[in-house]
Design a protein around this ligand. Structure first.
Ligand code: ZN
Length: 279
């Protein structure tokens, strides 16, 4: 069983030189990529803005129509022209169609510990849904990377002990800071997504594997807090599954990282997954 806890349905034609595709086509490509790589379930994260390349959460929910192969996490739109209406977000969470909240600090010009987020964190605590946070390098030059530093997750993890936070991308390149925040806080998790673009080159994959192994040596028991995620379509699924296997986890750790931890925090009903592929 394999759950990819970090995929997008945005059109990234400006990043990968691909042509602009309608969201329905990106959904078909997601099913194909999952089937080809033995991924049984994917957590789809919506964006911090809505435009021709970035479908709204309403649109994504409509297209996916509660397909058992996906879980939807709503991207918070906090600083742009059209901001998230928390009342409507809470309705979607209460109704169980949205299973988590994703923050885009740095891109959306606020810091992880911005006091304005209190209402968002209280909502997450009330409904026990995880808050995923983009941490570390922002691909966009116009984003402010300091606001997305993983050390700031410690502030909110301490202030909101009833909320489960997920540090995305292991806070790349601040792996040591992420290791400390994970070691110190039981309510903080992390996904291993987006540590390259497209496919790894050999040297860089070796570098990343060493950093991740260092992080694990420091934090201990990675199975409790780490989750598999790719960042597809920015990252290809095939090389990323290989990357997971190259991290050398024990069978028990791997089981948690590959699906058990994600199934628990996103409340994914794995019994609904048809003919799970053996791994
Ligand atoms: Zn992402």
């Amino acid at each position: 069983m394999l759950i990819d806890c970090h995929v997008h349905l945005n059109a990234y034609h400006t990043v990968n030189g691909d042509r602009r595709r309608p969201t329905e086509e990106n959904v078909d490509r997601l099913w194909d990529a999952m089937a080809a790589n033995g991924v049984d379930h994917a957590v789809v994260l919506t964006s911090y803005k809505v435009d021709v390349d970035r479908p709204s959460v309403e649109r994504v929910l409509e297209i996916l129509a509660e397909d058992p192969r996906t879980t939807v996490v709503e991207g918070l739109r906090w600083r742009g022209d059209a901001r998230t209406d928390l009342f409507h977000m809470e309705e979607r969470i209460r109704d169980g169609v949205v299973k988590g909240i994703k923050l885009y600090p740095g891109y959306d010009k606020y810091a992880i510990n911005d006091p304005s987020l209190e209402a968002v964190f209280r909502l997450a605590a009330k409904h026990d849904v995880p808050v995923m946070i983009h941490c570390g390098d922002t691909y966009a030059k116009g984003a402010k990377v300091r606001q997305a530093h993983p050390l700031l997750v410690d502030d909110v993890a301490v202030d909101y002990p009833d909320v489960r936070f997920v540090i995305c991308h292991l806070g790349n390149p601040w792996f040591v800071d992420t290791a400390e925040v994970l070691y110190k806080n039981d309510n903080v998790y992390a996904d291993i997504s987006g540590l390259t673009l497209g496919d790894f080159d050999y040297e860089f994959e070796r570098y990343v594997i060493m950093r991740v192994k260092d992080l694990i040596s420091y934090m201990g028991t990675p199975g409790k807090q780490l989750m598999y995620g790719s960042d597809w379509p920015l990252v290809e699924m095939g090389p990323y599954v290989k990357f997971l296997e190259g991290l050398g986890f024990s069978e028990g750790e791997r089981e948690h990282i590959a699906w058990k931890t994600a199934a628990e925090i996103f409340k994914i009903d794995v019994s609904r997954l048809e003919s799970p592929t053996p791994h």
